[in-house]
Design a binder for this molecule. Structure first.
Ligand code: UD1
Ligand code: CA
Length: 455
């Protein structure tokens, strides 16, 4: 079977009350349309055709990719009209229709649906609903065979009593499609070209309509307003939390945990409350993450510990290393095994060798720090002169006293020491002590200034 996927994404989404096209609103850090495209790709179709209309330029710009064919629907004349715009680009033998505002649909559900399609059969995804108001109703004959879909606004009272609703997701043999599309009319309550009319046409042509249901109704839930968007968000997060717990992660509270990207985890990982994981995050065995941490595009190796209120982006924490509380690790921060970063420390493009320690109130930018080197509180690298950045290189077993300014480019070699309060801008050779501060003077009989009396 070869497959083309058509994703409808032209609608306006008035109820979002937003300048942003509806399908670009995010769920778990990715646009709703982005989620649908991600699922579509996993089915390895030969084409993905995205029908755009409202905010077309922005949608195209945000999601452009080589494997996507954007099709413009100038006027939104209905779901049937939308699919028809993509038909000229279809080359496969099966067409699957998805929706840019129905982001949680699962690949496994779609695979079950596609298994039903042949040149004699359509696959229709339906859902049983307590309140099917607004949904197209699935009409079946005495033998239980689907014969038609009737839209809510066109339904009789008897049809309105049907609880089986149309999700809109549908897989069809492509050979018949242009014929059916050509026969659609807009002679109905909404004056729209309904994709759902294809069902009765297929039945009239002697085809069978086979149905499948999603495991979870949230898979087929669309978001028309921000309240529904938040429901999709929470559902997504709970699903992701359960997936990670099943793999060996303890989440202190799955309701206070957010993933906005792709996370891989090992076993016996502990994640405290209010942790946000963004982008690509790799967490190995025995890692512990304290409360209120944001971790983006980072790797935490076996046994690494991130303490409360830390912010990591583009960082690598080696085995048994630790950072925080209140650590800020910016892109290019690398901690080798057992390195230690304490509170109020900022690293940017800085490499800490094995067992190196940066305990308190420090900024290291563009720095190379050798194994076991210890950096005293309040030390900063002066890595930027306002125009260019320069490197600070510290060897192994270096001891930097408190409150040093390391003016780059500068090198401090193995085993060297610096005195507290030094401003270091020249090379210190191995095992030397560098002292670069004014000598202390004590002045006898010093008179403190007195307050000037106002007349
Ligand atoms: C549609 C179905 C209905 C189903 C419901 C599930 C039809 C006629 N009805 O109704 O049976 O129960 O979905 O939510 O298909 N769109 C376009 N171009 C258009 C029209 C729509 O791209 O010209 C897109 C919209 O952006 C939206 C989707 O198609 O994402 C569904 O359109 P909408 O008008 O909301 O259909 P419903 O009335 O919800
Ligand atoms: Ca709708």
């Amino acid at each position: 079977m070869s497959l083309d996927i058509v994703i409808l994404a032209a609608g306006q989404g008035t109820r979002m009350r937003s300048a942003l096209p509806k399908v670009l609103h995010p769920v778990a850090g990715n646009s709703m349309l982005g989620h649908v495209i991600h699922s579509a790709r996993q089915l390895q179709p030969q084409g993905i055709h995205v029908v755009i209309g409202h905010g077309a330029e922005l949608v195209r710009e945000r999601l452009a990719a080589d494997d996507l064919n954007f099709v413009l629907q100038d006027k939104q004349l209905g779901t049937g009209h939308a699919v028809a715009q993509a038909i000229p680009a279809v080359t496969a033998d099966t067409v699957l229709v998805l929706y840019g505002d129905v982001p949680l649909i699962e690949v496994e559900t779609l695979q079950r649906l596609l298994a039903k399609v042949s040149d004699q059969q359509l696959g229709l995804l339906t859902v049983d609903l307590d309140d099917p108001t607004g949904y197209g109703r699935i009409v079946r004959d005495g033998q239980g065979q689907v014969t038609a879909i009737v839209e809510h606004k066109d339904a009789s009272d008897a049809q309105k009593a049907i609880k089986e609703g149309n999700t809109g997701i549908l897989a069809m043999p492509a050979a018949r499609l242009s014929d059916w599309m050509g026969r659609l009319s807009n002679n109905n309550a909404q004056g729209e070209y309904y994709l759902t009319d294809v069902i009765a046409m297929a039945v009239a042509d002697g085809l069978v309509v086979a149905t499948e249901q999603p495991h979870d109704a949230m898979e087929v839930q669309g978001a028309n307003d921000r309240r529904q968007l938040s429901e999709l968000e929470r559902h997504y997060q709970l699903r992701e939390g359960r997936r990670l717990m099943a793999l060996g992660v303890t989440l202190r509270d799955p309701a206070r945990f957010d993933v906005r990207g792709e996370v891989t985890v090992g076993r016996d990982v502990l994640i405290d409350v209010n942790v946000i994981l963004e982008g690509k995050v790799v967490i190995e065995d025995d890692v512990q993450i304290g409360p209120n941490c944001v971790i983006k595009n980072s790797t935490l190796r076996k046994g690494a510990v991130v303490k409360a209120n830390s912010h990591l982006e583009g960082a690598v924490l080696g085995e048994g290393s630790d950072a925080g509380p209140f650590a800020r690790l910016r892109p290019g921060s690398v901690l080798e095994a057992k390195a230690h970063v304490g509170n109020f420390v900022e690293l940017k493009n800085a490499h800490l060798g094995e067992g190196a320690k940066v305990g308190h109130l420090t900024y290291l930018g563009d720095a190379e720090v050798g194994a076991r080197t210890n950096i005293g509180a309040g030390t900063i690298t002066c890595n930027y002169d306002g125009a260019n950045k320069f490197k600070t290189v510290l060897g192994e077993d270096v001891f930097i006293g408190s409150n040093n300014s390391l003016v780059a480019p500068v090198e401090i070699k193995d085993g060297a020491t610096t005195a507290a309060g030094s401003t270091i801008n020249q090379t210190i050779e191995e095992k030397q002590l560098g002292v670069a501060r004014a000598r202390q003077r004590n002045i006898d009989g010093w008179k403190r200034p007195e307050k000037i009396k106002k007349s």
